[in-house]
Design a protein around this ligand. Structure first.
Ligand code: TYD
Length: 404
């Protein structure tokens, strides 16, 4: 039996996907033979309600100098981060504020501070995305954020007024060590603000594709509060965010330092109503996930039998879970269109479907497109009107399998 990474209590596995490749392990044809697989299973802790992977992959395998995810690849995400930066900037009170972002990727969030000459530092272990940030004028260190690194930043640049993180903390297996580092870096009255995909939305939307190697935790307010409580911090505000298929932004401070907003108690009560603390909630989720797999495979097999061409849209990390779990390979999906140059010309992890640039999609529209980047649906449907006009149909699987 595995124990909880947050509180040490035994955890219960509720979903076992079996062997999976790295979600962002897009690869060349000559690397098929040596591709690595690991067991992807997700568990629930009865004691602290943390939902987590049981076998995290060594971080060096995931975050490196060819990390293929760039935050700025979506214009809507850039808009989201501009608004996030503006709300943080409005609250900065000190004369010479210092803003730090953990997991700053290509600097999409911090560049708004850089452009206003606010002292800032981005920290990211993936050298290529960090280099893109530096090119955009964002001061970035290539590193994992840990207590020695935090102490070094304090020694050279002082403590931070605000520490930000977006889609980052759910990637970190040792949250207690993370809190220790935050405690060193953050000013006594400072704020920690982070956002991550929200467990309540994953359950509601049946978005099981959020489960992959990089996401060690699937946070709820309940589990975040228990974690922070053990580290001397508390959540003082929560704000739902429409990105990444439903995220939650947690504003946190040292316990007792700030007034706690009523939104925190409201969300806590809602999580109890929705049963986020109950094992049966996760057993039911598993049944819905299994049904979704059957329905999606069925739709794709029938389309193939009718001789129709189907392509994927967006070679997301999430697509790796769907393709491998549902057994969807090149015989069902001709190719996946993606805007990321680093992914183009490679093959999808595990199922080895070719990843091609959007020009391949536009030059000969397929009959149907399986929307893997469903969290960017508004942006994509708006710009791909010609596909629909040509008679093309979108296949969705979140919140349920449908052809539109
Ligand atoms: P995202 O859902 O943010 O990725 P992940 O599941 O990895 O967190 O999707 C981003 C991917 O989708 C990225 O590879 C770029 C691709 N994409 C397109 O190909 N076209 C688009 O219009 C958009 C918005 C994204």
């Amino acid at each position: 039996m595995t124990s909880c990474r947050l509180c040490g209590a035994p955890v219960e596995v509720f979903l076992d996907f079996g062997p999976m490749p790295l979600a962002n392990g897009f690869l060349a044809g000559e690397d098929f033979e040596t591709e690595g697989f690991f067991d992807l299973s997700v568990a629930f802790c009865m004691h602290c309600a943390a939902v987590q992977l049981t076998n995290p992959v060594p971080r060096e395998k995931m975050f490196h100098s060819r990390y293929p995810f760039f935050t700025g690849s979506s214009t809507r995400m850039a808009e989201h981060f501009r608004a996030f930066a503006a709300s943080v900037a409005d609250d900065l009170r000190s004369e010479d504020p210092f803003v730090v972002e953990i997991g700053s990727n290509d600097g999409t969030l911090l560049r708004f501070f850089a452009n206003s000459s606010v002292r800032h530092l981005g920290i990211d272990p993936s050298a290529n995305v960090a280099a893109a940030a530096s090119e955009n004028g964002v001061r970035t260190a290539i590193a994992y954020f840990d207590p020695p690194f935090a102490a070094e930043v304090v020694r050279t640049q002082g403590q931070a007024d605000v520490i930000l993180a977006a889609n980052c903390f759910c990637h970190i297996p040792d949250l207690h060590r993370l809190a220790e580092a935050v405690n060193i870096l953050l000013k006594p009255g400072g704020r920690l603000i982070f956002e991550d995909p929200y467990l309540g939305d994953i359950l509601r939307l049946n978005s099981y594709d959020q489960i992959y190697d990089e996401h060690v935790f699937y946070f709820s307010l309940t589990s975040v509060s228990r974690w922070l409580d053990a580290c001397g911090f508390e959540v003082i505000d929560v704000q739902k965010q429409p990105v990444h298929g439903g995220s939650m932004r947690y504003t946190c401070a040292r316990r007792g330092a700030c007034r706690v907003s009523g939104a925190v108690a409201d969300l806590r009560a809602r999580e109890v109503c929705e049963g986020l603390h109950l094992p049966e909630t996760y057993a039911q989720f598993r049944l819905r996930v299994e049904r979704s797999r059957e329905e999606l495979s069925d739709v794709l097999v029938k389309l193939r039998q009718r001789g129709l061409r189907v392509a994927g849209y967006g070679a997301t990390s999430k697509s790796t879970t769907v393709l491998n779990y549902c057994g969807i390979g090149p015989s069902l999906l001709e190719f996946i269109s993606d805007t990321t140059p680093l992914k183009q010309g490679t093959f999808s992890p595990g199922m080895h479907i070719p990843i091609l640039p959007p020009a391949s999609f536009h030059s000969a529209f397929p009959d149907c497109a399986l929307l893997f980047a469903w969290n960017h649906a508004d942006e994509i449907l708006a710009k791909e009107g010609a596909f629909r006009a040509s008679g093309g149909k979108w296949i969705r699987y979140v919140p349920r399998v449908s052809l539109v």
